[in-house]
Structures are given as C-alpha cells and as structure tokens.
Design a protein around this ligand. Structure first.
Ligand SMILES: [Zn+2]
Length: 247
C-alpha cells in the first residue's frame, strides 16, 4: 500500500485522517568521503516508511534541511555541501508543517529525527503547538535513542562505541545507508580517521583544526548492510512500541 503522502492524491490522503502521520526530518550535511550529503534524510525516511507499515500510518515528505552542523557532531559548516538552517527557520518550518496536518484533522503525529543538532528546535515547535492544540498527541524521537542494548552490542562488536555525537558518518550511519540506499555509498573511498581531541566546551568561530579533514569523526570500519538491516529492524520495533503506547 502507498504510504508516502507525496505519492497520494488528496482523496487517498483523506482516507488516512485517523492514522498517525510520521514526519521524517534530516539534514543536508557532509558525511565523510564515502556517504552522500542526504544520509540523515535517507535514514529518517527509511525508518519512517518501515514504522508506517507496522502502525498503518502515513509518511510526510521528508524535511531535508536541518539545524547548523556542529564541529564535533557533524563536522560543522567548513565542508562544502553542508546546507544549514538557522534555528528559528527550522522551528518555524516544523511548526508550519505539523500545523497543516493538524488542520487536516490529524491527531497523532510522530516525528522521526535523523540529525543530532535538530532536536531542541523540533521540540520547541511541538511544545508551542501542543499548548495550542491539546487534543493532538505528538511523539518525537531521534533514531539513535531507539536502539536496544542487544543491537548496540552486535553493531559495535569490534569497535568501541564513541558516543552519538562522534558516531557521525561512522558505523551506524554507514550501515544504515548501506541498507537503505547502497547505490549512494562508496566504500572504496572510505578512510580511517577520527577526532583526536574532544573539546568539553563550545567556541565560536569554530576552530578548524579540531575537525578531521575527511569529515569522519569516528571510524566506519566494520560497517555493513547486514548491520544496517539489524539496526533498522531494531529501531523500528522500538518506535512501534512507543507509538502503540502513546497513540
Ligand atoms: Zn548524520
């Protein structure tokens, strides 16, 4: 069954008025020498489509831009092709899109976030809408917070987990992209790299030298489509559990 809103007619869409609408949000951001700029959108979209199948939901057109990439969680703005939004723009964009679904009568909204820096602005949009529309239920979660301990142990079997900020273009994102869009992954261009020193504070302008030139903040060695499948199924299971509980 077609669950992507952009492929529906308005008549098709109307039939899903009581369903949950799932809104994937990504970014356009450098992801090292081997992954496309749209990794965060590819992963959030792929997961949203898997979740929609399980809860009879529909998937909104993906938001492909996100909040500013930070040096130690995405590499920052120094890389060509990283196209960031100001916080107020992202907040307004998310608020406007969600409000349109509410105006169409949707009462269950699930936001699947795929970009580390987005979350506070998404939550701000949701909070403002929630005050205005108390009968609408909103659920928001970043996909990396939905991975079970068992799946983490299988994915980080040979390489130590570096923390989610540094796990950028690394094993989880590379494996999930190998699963969802293998044609866009260039494993032959992969190099071994990572952040040498992690600052415990923010500094502006961001010092270039703290970010590796490749844009890889941690190793992507041991990534595979099999790990991607395992992650995608595990994450979907946990989102579905949350959706069934909350909606
Ligand atoms: Zn990413």
């Amino acid at each position: 069954m077609e669950r992507r809103i952009q492929a529906m007619t308005w008549k098709d869409f109307e039939r899903f008025k009581d369903a949950a609408v799932i809104v994937p949000i990504g970014s356009t951001e450098q992801h090292g020498p081997h992954l496309p700029l749209s990794v965060d959108a590819i992963i959030s979209t792929g997961l949203a489509e898997m979740i929609a199948e399980k809860i009879n939901g529909i998937v909104a057109p993906t938001i492909h831009y996100g909040y500013k990439s930070a040096p130690l969680s995405g590499g920052g703005p120094i890389f060509p092709g990283t196209i960031d939004l100001n916080g107020i723009t992202l907040m307004s964009l998310v608020k406007d899109v969600l409000e349109e679904f509410i105006r169409d009568g949707m009462k269950k909204i699930l936001v699947v976030n795929g970009h580390y820096e987005n979350e506070a602005f998404i939550l701000e949009a949701i909070d403002l809408l929630s005050r205005q529309y108390p009968d609408v239920k909103f659920v928001e979660a970043s996909w990396w917070d939905q991975i079970s301990e068992e799946a983490m142990a299988k994915v980080f079997d040979k390489v130590e987990f570096p923390g989610w900020a540094l796990e950028h273009a690394a094993i989880a994102e590379t494996s999930l992209t190998l699963y969802f869009a293998p044609e866009l992954v260039h494993m032959d261009r992969l190099v071994e790299d990572g952040v040498k020193e992690v600052l415990t504070y923010h500094v502006y302008p961001a010092p270039k030298e703290i970010v590796p030139e490749t844009g890889l903040l941690a190793t992507a060695r041991t990534s595979s489509a099999e790990k991607g499948k395992l992650l995608a199924e595990d994450i979907t299971k946990n989102y579905v559990k949350v959706a069934l509980k909350e909606f």
